[in-house]
Design a protein around this ligand. Structure first.
Ligand code: FES
Length: 573
């Protein structure tokens, strides 16, 4: 049964006869609206992460207008709500420090105002998980409008991919293989339009996964930001949220253990970013659905990487769109999906992707001709990572999947940066580089430092990959034999803190093992000698973050933002 107008949440603000409602209505009239614009209509909040400081989102100001058009068409009343924009590119020390901030802001924007449902505008890495986490906690109907990937990069006729080619050509520059002029030309060609990174980085991964999870119109996640279909998708999403509000299609009717599994299947098949492990665990936690990082490993063992997209493959998101996009991809991995999961369309996932076709088998490979026979993510455990660590095995040189080598350990990124270009650094290609104190508390905010730079003397000798271990994250556009998210982190006294230069570490991906080769009593001795650290910040948001953030294997959410009572409705007096 559709809702009656008096059952709308906004009715308490706008529909009653009291003094406060008079005030709310008179202030809408102040803007120039007429009573006919909002009376008895669902109020749609458009949570917009547009910002001049976020190049990936510069078109979202226009997209918000296109969403509004759809809301008006369907008989709703749109209100745009600006929210903090997390620009992966600009924000320091890391946007991950602020993901929970945006999630809280989203939840409270909804809670405190007459909002019946929301359209969430985001895309750049942390924005979509943050917006969705907040909307799930708020519990009102929500649909995501993804920013969409930018166009392919170009340099002298070669296709450039965000991030991946930056790291690649930076090493070529360090090795003296390209000139300063070449480097400047690359700078001008690697980001040719608005939109998110167009490799299968964290943004493309999270946009795709949230579609698989059911929170976007079918096919929305892969439309390039600069394609006119993107604007039409925004308008269609505006129309749809109004229908969702009348149907009371709240997030708890979409997200489930099965739909989360679908997102993890998609992650495996796409060769998605390691960051998605943290974000999906956090999203599941908001919904009160148990999900551990091990589920990624379990599913990845059975699902091949079939999206031939950088950094695991050859192509970019624009090619993925022309090949049929996310609908075609989901159609191809359908044997692994639970098709009876409801989506924002009100239908089942199987209905949404019915009839989808792949137009280019090189970009979206057949299941029997994959990029990699198993999904990208493995979870390793051992005496230095009892809570687990993750590795994108599909993006590593295969000879490092089983490796034993001497440790070269750094206590901080500054220490690493000061050493890495030294000609006298005692390092060989077999060394295991270790960076500590770069986790949620140590970074703080768990920066994307996990693709540790290869020492210059090795780069000059032609080395392009080696085993690197940290409690940091890494950009989804990065690659290499990087073991990340070691939990618990060094800064809080996890056993990773006790790794020292000269130790030996063994990595055995097949056995899912990450082991420091020292006796237990030596590990205990080092633990006893360890001196606890002060929180990184003692005031403001940094102090709140330090008090409440969880470890990587728990999704790095705040302990006070877990599942609990439904939306606490404010009093209107
Ligand atoms: Fe925004 Fe990569 S910098 S998605």
């Amino acid at each position: 049964m559709p809702k009656h107008p008096e059952e709308l949440r906004s009715h308490r603000w706008l529909g009653t006869a009291g003094l406060r409602s008079f005030g709310h209505r008179s202030r809408l009239l102040q803007i120039g609206y007429d009573r006919a614009d909002f009376a008895g209509k669902p109020v749609v909040g458009i949570v917009n992460t547009w910002s001049d400081a976020n190049p990936c989102h510069v078109h979202l100001r226009t997209r918000a207008d296109e969403v509004k058009r759809g809301v008006w068409q369907a008989g709703g009343f749109p209100l745009e709500l600006p929210a903090m924009s997390l620009s992966e590119n600009m924000m320091k020390p890391t946007t991950m420090l602020y993901r929970n901030f945006l999630a809280m802001e989203t939840e409270e924007l909804i809670r405190s105002q007459p909002i019946d449902g929301v359209v969430l505008l985001g895309g750049c890495d942390k924005t979509i998980p943050a917006l969705l986490m907040g909307a799930i906690s708020a519990g009102v109907p929500a649909i995501v409008v993804p920013a969409g990937p930018m166009l392919r990069g170009n340099w002298r006729g070669d296709v450039l991919g965000s991030g991946s080619d930056t790291w690649k050509y930076w090493d070529e520059k360090r090795a003296g293989n390209i000139t300063e002029e070449d480097w400047h030309e690359i700078e001008g060609g690697i980001a040719r339009s608005f939109g998110t990174c167009m490799t299968m980085g964290t943004a493309a991964t999270m946009m795709s996964l949230v579609e698989a999870l059911g929170f976007m119109l079918s096919g929305a996640s892969s439309i390039p930001a600069a394609d006119s279909a993107h604007a039409r998708m925004a308008t269609a999403s505006g129309r749809r949220i109004v229908e969702m509000i009348w149907a009371d299609l709240t997030p708890d009717r979409i997200i489930s253990k099965e739909s989360l599994d679908n997102a993890i299947v998609a992650h495996a098949g796409l060769g998605g970013s390691t960051n998605a492990v943290i974000h999906l665990v956090a999203i599941a936690r908001r919904a009160g659905i148990p999900l551990t990082i091990d589920r990624f490993d379990e599913i990845a063992r059975d699902v091949a990487v079939i999206a031939d997209i950088r950094p695991s493959g050859r192509f970019l998101m624009e090619d993925f769109f022309y090949a049929g996009g996310m609908r075609a991809f989901l159609g191809r991995i359908a044997p692994h999906l639970n098709l009876a999961c409801r989506t924002v369309t009100g239908k089942m996932l199987g209905d949404d992707i019915a009839g989808a076709q792949v137009w280019n088998d090189e970009v979206i490979r057949p299941l029997d001709r994959p990029v990699s026979p198993v999904g990208g993510i493995v979870v390793l455990r051992g005496n230095i990572a009892p809570g687990g660590a993750v590795m994108k095995a599909s993006a590593a040189d295969p000879r490092f999947l089983q490796h034993r080598g001497p440790v070269l350990a750094f206590e901080s990124y500054d220490e690493l940066a000061a050493a890495v270009d030294r000609d006298d650094l005692d390092v060989t290609p077999d060394h295991v580089l270790v960076l500590k104190n770069a986790g949620p508390q140590g970074g703080p905010g768990m920066p994307e430092w996990g693709m540790l730079p290869i020492p210059l003397k090795l780069v000059k000798a032609g080395v392009r990959d080696m085993v690197r271990i940290s409690d940091a994250r890494m950009s989804g556009t990065s690659y290499g034999a990087c073991i990340l998210h070691v939990a618990p982190e060094a800064y809080v006294g996890g056993p990773f803190a006790f790794v020292q230069t000269g130790d030996v570490i063994e990595v055995d991906v097949a056995a899912r093992r990450l082991q420091l080769d020292i006796p237990d009593d030596e590990l205990a001795r080092r633990r006893a000698a360890w001196i606890p650290r002060e929180p990184r910040a003692s005031r403001g948001y940094g102090a709140i973050f330090a008090q409440h953030v969880g470890q990587a294997d728990e999704g790095c959410d705040f302990d006070v933002l877990g599942p609990g009572a439904p939306l606490l409705e404010p009093e209107i007096h």
